[in-house]
Design a protein around this ligand. Structure first.
Ligand SMILES: [Zn+2]
Length: 49
């Protein structure tokens, strides 16, 4: 069951990145709205207009 994601998340236009901590003390970013993990170097970059 997936939660409804905002349009900006579905289009990968904007995410609300929140800092999370892993069990081993690492840090990573995850969208607070859709749960997507932040990718430092995404292969598919959204064109900026
Ligand atoms: Zn998102």
């Amino acid at each position: 069951m997936r939660a409804h994601r905002p349009l900006t998340c579905r289009l990968n236009l904007h995410h609300r990145w929140r800092t999370n901590h892993t069990e081993d003390g690492g840090r990573y970013l995850r969208c607070a709205r859709c749960g997507k993990d932040h990718v430092p170097n995404p292969s598919a970059v959204t064109p900026v207009m």
